[in-house]
Design a protein around this ligand. Structure first.
Ligand SMILES: Cc1cc2nc3c(=O)[nH]c(=O)nc-3n(C[C@H](O)[C@H](O)[C@H](O)COP(=O)(O)OP(=O)(O)OC[C@H]3O[C@@H](n4cnc5c(N)ncnc54)[C@H](O)[C@@H]3O)c2cc1C
Length: 244
């Protein structure tokens, strides 16, 4: 996972997460001296939480305390005030897990409409461990023997390349894109825009940062967390506390 600029993180071998947009105030807030109050997304959350008695962020330690209280006690609706849109490029098997989260809005590239570029995921050797013996859905911690790792990666590379050759050939002889794509493997990269409010993003992160989630989606969750932290630092601190 490499941050390429302050809005984009490279993930896996060809993937990325980019923070496209997030809720912004319609107007700046000013203090009693007339100076602009530096805005963070935390202000939106605090403003919503304090609607009953003082709809202003105070900009002092009490805002951080409130955010922590909200996160730890699952008083979640103020977090819905902040909405984020991300651009995500990920293997299809990762997007398939992601799309189980129904509270997000998605727009994914259509392989009926356009040809997918030849990009597929080959796991790094260091991530190819044995099947876990204690948990049926996870991989364990012990690396496979080196010879098996290399054989697996080589076969995956060959199968993926053959899938793409057949895909491209089918397209070249006029097979419709919606059928030609049946040759493409699950590790093919796809691409989407995904929008979610912070409450449901925290729910996603709670599940997908967890050690039981597949490592290939964990790294996307880590990238999301890193990108939102400067926007909603107090809310993220409260969320992290709620995990412990
Ligand atoms: C480690 C792990 C392993 C998994 N293994 C499998 C598996 O083997 N097979 C499989 O099919 N899935 C599996 N899943 C997916 C999992 O069952 C959920 O579908 C996925 O995590 C999305 O969670 P969610 O429904 O809470 O999220 P969202 O869809 O974002 O929903 C958020 C919350 O909204 C509420 N909600 C949303 N829709 C409804 C609804 N229709 N009715 C009532 N409440 C609703 C619920 O409170 C829900 O928790 C796995 C997930 C994880 C993290």
């Amino acid at each position: 996972m490499t941050q390429t600029d302050d809005r984009t993180i490279a993930v896996l071998d060809h993937g990325l997460v980019r923070l496209v947009s997030y809720t912004q105030p319609a107007a700046m807030q000013f203090d009693e001296q007339g100076d602009a109050i530096p805005w963070t997304g935390d202000h939106e959350i605090v403003r919503n939480a304090r609607v009953s008695y003082a709809a202003k962020p105070r900009g002092d330690g009490s805002d951080a305390q409130l955010l922590k209280y909200l996160a730890v006690n699952r008083h979640t609706s103020p977090f819905e005030a902040m909405v984020f849109t991300f651009e995500v490029k990920a293997p299809i098997f990762v997007l398939r897990q992601w799309h189980r989260h129904r509270t997000w809005s998605y727009n994914e590239v259509s392989a009926r409409y356009t040809e997918l570029p030849e990009e597929y995921y080959i796991p790094e050797p260091a991530s190819i461990t044995e099947q876990s013996k204690s948990n049926k859905q996870m991989r364990g911690e012990k690396l496979l023997p080196g010879v098996e790792i290399e054989a697996f990666r080589k076969a995956l590379e060959e199968t993926s390349a053959v899938g793409f050759r057949r895909y491209q050939h089918a397209l070249s002889v006029g097979v419709p894109r919606e059928l030609a794509r049946l040759f493409l493997p699950l590790n093919t990269y796809s691409h989407m825009f995904a929008t979610v409010d912070l409450h449901n993003l925290f729910h996603f992160l709670r599940l997908r940062l967890h050690a039981h989630a597949q490592p290939e989606i964990q790294v996307y969750a880590q990238a999301l967390l890193k990108l939102i932290t400067p926007v909603v630092p107090g809310a993220v601190a409260g969320f992290m506390e709620s995990l412990t």
